[in-house]
Design a protein around this ligand. Structure first.
Ligand SMILES: NC(=O)c1ccc[n+]([C@@H]2O[C@H](COP(=O)([O-])OP(=O)(O)OC[C@H]3O[C@@H](n4cnc5c(N)ncnc54)[C@H](O)[C@@H]3O)[C@@H](O)[C@H]2O)c1
Length: 319
């Protein structure tokens, strides 16, 4: 049996946070998973429930639940975390855009980030609260952490959705489909068809262009499609799978390359913005942004996305 190590905290024990904690615990590679929320008793109850699943699922990672307050009571339980996943904040309701959440979630994420920095000054922080790019930038400001130690989850999810839609359209296993999306989470998501393959063949050789465009549009709208069906909240199975994989990549320190929201400093001719790009992930967070070859059109799309999120990120310091 391999040795377990490290402590990972998931802030926010709603749908996203609790499923992320479950996935992280079931990996059985961490010593401890801490789950927190401001709803009295919820994280403790979920942790107890998750621990009781250990004999059935056969994992030894301990799950600790802790109620916290916005001013920081209870954060002692998170002390010295190696990784913190921030899921605290409101999700969308049908008809809402992610940007409609910005003021409320900025207040929540700022206070969470300050408490995290106080208790886990060396942590790598993975942000998932929406609007994602802005909340990632705000977390970096509020923690004061080096930029490589603060990253956001969006690209893994958008890419997974795109891959699933392609696999479904062609009736092939998801495992033979490779896709990539860069840019921002939302309207400025940039699909990269030139990097998409099915059984090694370019996507453009196996699907007509108008069909690819439809799947791209469905991917861009992927979160809203789930929100419209659920009516009371947003997606969490695929999102938690994405965030948990990122946390695991930090833990494993093997240099996994994945699409994440990372600080871009000169790559693709873009500087000074958190943006969805591929990055090599390790114990220190983002080891480096990995530049991939893009067509002129894809590069133009990525630069456009960068300018769109830059304007919004500049405002987060005032929120
Ligand atoms: N990045 C992505 O790809 C992606 C995908 C899906 C959802 N999201 C976002 O993730 C966030 C969480 O979604 P959800 O479905 O879990 O929502 P949810 O309402 O089920 O859970 C949010 C939880 O945060 C808690 N919370 C609020 N303030 C807190 C604080 N100060 N400290 C600790 N906990 C606090 C709430 O009590 C609640 O339990 C939302 O902002 C949603 O938009 C992001």
């Amino acid at each position: 049996m391999s040795a377990r190590s490290g402590k990972v905290t998931v802030v926010g024990a709603g749908f996203y946070g609790s499923t992320t904690a479950q996935r992280l615990a079931e990996y059985d590679v961490f010593d401890t998973v801490v789950l927190t929320d401001i709803i009295e008793g919820r994280p403790e109850g979920l942790a107890l429930d998750l621990n009781q699943s250990r004999p059935v699922e056969g994992f030894e990672t301990r799950v600790v639940g802790q109620t916290t307050t916005p001013d920081g009571a209870g954060y002692e339980a998170t002390e010295g975390s190696d990784i913190v996943v921030i899921t605290a904040g409101l999700p969308r309701k049908p008809g809402m855009s992610r940007m409609d959440l910005i003021e409320t979630n900025a207040r929540i994420v700022r206070s969470v980030a300050e408490n995290v920095a106080r208790h886990s000054p060396d942590a790598v922080v993975i942000v998932v609260s929406n609007p994602l790019d802005e909340m990632t930038a705000l977390t970096q400001l509020a923690t004061g952490f080096p930029r490589r130690r603060v990253l956001g989850q969006a690209g893994m999810l958008d890419t997974a959705r795109f891959s699933y839609f392609v696999a479904e359209a062609l009736d092939v296993p998801v495992g033979v489909v490779q896709t990539l999306t860069l840019g921002s989470h939302g309207d400025t998501m940039v699909p990269v068809p030139s990097r998409c393959t099915v059984e090694g063949k370019p996507l453009a050789d196996v699907l007509p262009a108008d069909r690819i465009d439809e799947l791209v549009a469905r991917t861009r709208n992927g979160g809203a499609e789930v929100v419209a069906l659920l009516k009371t909240g947003s997606a969490y199975y695929a999102p938690s799978a994405a965030a948990a994989r990122m946390a695991r990549a930090v833990h494993d320190d093997a240099g996994a390359v994945m699409p994440v929201c990372a600080w871009v400093d000169g790559e693709y001719g873009i500087s000074g913005v958190y943006l969805g790009v591929e990055a090599e992930i390790g114990r220190e967070g983002v080891r480096r942004v990995v530049e991939t070859e893009l067509t002129d059109g894809e590069l133009a799309g990525l630069r456009e996305a960068a300018e769109a999120v830059r304007a919004k990120q500049a405002d987060v310091k005032d929120l």
